[in-house]
Design a protein around this ligand. Sequence first.
Ligand SMILES: Cc1cc2nc3c(=O)[nH]c(=O)nc-3n(C[C@H](O)[C@H](O)[C@H](O)COP(=O)(O)OP(=O)(O)OC[C@H]3O[C@@H](n4cnc5c(N)ncnc54)[C@H](O)[C@@H]3O)c2cc1C
Length: 339
Amino acid sequence: MVNKSVIVVGGGIVGCLTALNLAQRGCQATIVERNQIAAQASGESSWAGAGILFPLLPWMYKDEVNALALQGASLYPQICDALKREMGIDPEYTQSGMLIQPPFDKALAHAWCNNNQVDFEQVGENVLLPNVAQLRPPHLLQALKQLLIQHNVTLLEHTQLEPIKQVEKINSWNTNTGTALRADAFVVTSGAWSFELLKDTSAGLNIKPMRGQILLYDLSHQSASDLPTHIIYRDGFYLVPRRDGLLLAGSTLEDVGFDPRTTEDVKQQLKTKAESMLPLLKDMPIHRHWSGLRPGTPDNLPTIAQHPTIGNLYLNTGHFRYGLTMAPASAERIAELIL
Ligand SMILES: Cc1cc2nc3c(=O)[nH]c(=O)nc-3n(C[C@H](O)[C@H](O)[C@H](O)COP(=O)(O)OP(=O)(O)OC[C@H]3O[C@@H](n4cnc5c(N)ncnc54)[C@H](O)[C@@H]3O)c2cc1C
């Protein structure tokens, strides 16, 4: 048993899975979260995500991005099974498949699938990836929160860590409540806010918030045969059908700083795109509309590393569009580094 104390800064999906992994390896883990874990607050990304466990057009990304995403996706069936069985909360892991509609490079898509042993079917002009899965992020986070408590992870909510200065080693880290927290090691998993937190150090992070908005339709009263069974992707836009007849339509990539609001013009744009892909959505009321701030990084590549100069500080952040997918693999990698 490794009895190391580790403070994880930020309780999104990356922080929750990092803390869980550390606790399972015998660490005393604490998550410090400025809001509330598993609740929709002011722009946190994890709650807001669509929950597709695969990159969109993976052949457009670098191998490192896909390696992390595919490894993360492969760990979810086991995680979700355990959460459902032990916590009684079902993250609704569902292998719904993803249908990719043109425009896309068919030859490149086929070659990538073949090279990566990813099953695919050509269906007319579309490519179907039948094994792509999805889950419901709010359910996943609620279940994880309970599992963290069961693993004796301390959850320090409504507590914000202040930006730190360059030091050789962090002995204590100040919070907005006037207390200072001590631990053997610290991990920054603060998503879009990670750059601000560490900008006076030599972390070298290149992370900025990228807002995404999503619409939710309630199609539970429609005949099941009228509803899509697969995730459908076309030209930067997707529809995600849930088991209970809800349907997500998203999303946007907006460079608007830390503004977590939803906007009427984007609502109309998303509505138009959604209706063009699924005409039965015309005149349907929008059930909900939300946004989240992704931790945007060049090339979609997160930083999973020890801080370059602060000995007991680690970084697990910047997962941009695929943090839900990558988080289980990313948590394993950072835990191995810390220990
Ligand atoms: C619209 C949308 C759709 C998406 N769809 C998908 C998808 O289908 N599949 C996928 O894989 N990914 C998707 N993503 C991306 C994914 O949601 C993110 O990559 C992932 O959630 C990042 O997780 P995180 O834990 O790093 O960040 P966050 O969830 O933002 O968590 C960071 C946490 O740190 C806390 N924090 C920040 N600063 C401090 C501080 N100083 N002290 C204490 N706490 C602090 C914040 O309050 C926050 O809770 C989507 C994102 C959006 C917005």
